[in-house]
Design a protein around this ligand. Structure first.
Ligand SMILES: Cc1cc2nc3c(=O)[nH]c(=O)nc-3n(C[C@H](O)[C@H](O)[C@H](O)COP(=O)(O)O)c2cc1C
Length: 158
């Protein structure tokens, strides 16, 4: 069974996750940070933790045991994976699960975050699958639709 799991602070990754879940006809789980930060505090604390590969504690989330294939969405923060998803990867039971990753980001440099998340997933015994990104994200436009459709096609071809 498939599921789309995502973290989204300002709603960009949510839009992509919902499109992908709609195409796959699967459920979504939105990961929520326990501490709600806003504005500059959010930006600086988030960036600081992301640079160091630290976690941000999440509120409890649904049991992902039944799902063998995960589409994991997250924003790039400071060129790296965001702390909420670091927490998810460190604490969720991912062993043996196929995990495909999609990023949204304001710029276009996501390759290092892609390598980082593949190695984090491997270290947890997950099977890293396809990695895709939605760079220069401002709105969910036609380019995003094409990128998401390509991502889904790549995954479905194995
Ligand atoms: C703390 C922080 C750090 C960020 N660092 C980067 C970055 O290094 N590169 C980039 O392209 N965008 C960066 N961004 C922009 C986000 O990746 C981008 O806006 C993303 O689409 C947000 O997704 P969301 O709306 O789902 O939270 C950063 C945003 C935040 C809040």
């Amino acid at each position: 069974m498939k599921i789309a799991i995502y973290f989204s602070h300002s709603g960009h990754t949510k839009k992509v996750a919902e499109y992908i879940a709609g195409k796959l006809n699967c459920e979504t789980i939105r990961l929520e940070e326990e501490k709600k930060r806003r504005g500059l505090v959010h930006f600086f604390v988030g960036g600081f933790k992301a640079v160091r590969g630290l976690e941000e504690k999440l509120l409890p989330f649904k049991d992902i045991g039944p799902y063998a294939e995960i589409f994991l969405g997250l924003p790039v923060w400071a060129g790296k994976t965001c702390p909420a998803v670091n927490f998810f990867i460190n604490h969720a039971p991912l062993e043996g699960k196929k995990v495909h990753v999609f990023f949204t980001l304001g710029g276009d440099d996501w390759q290092k975050a892609g390598e980082q998340i593949r190695s984090m997933l491997s270290a947890k015994g997950a099977l890293p699958g396809a990695v895709s990104a939605f760079p220069n994200f401002r709105e969910f436009n036609e380019t995003c639709v094409r990128t998401a459709d390509d991502f889904i096609n790549t995954v479905s071809k194995g």
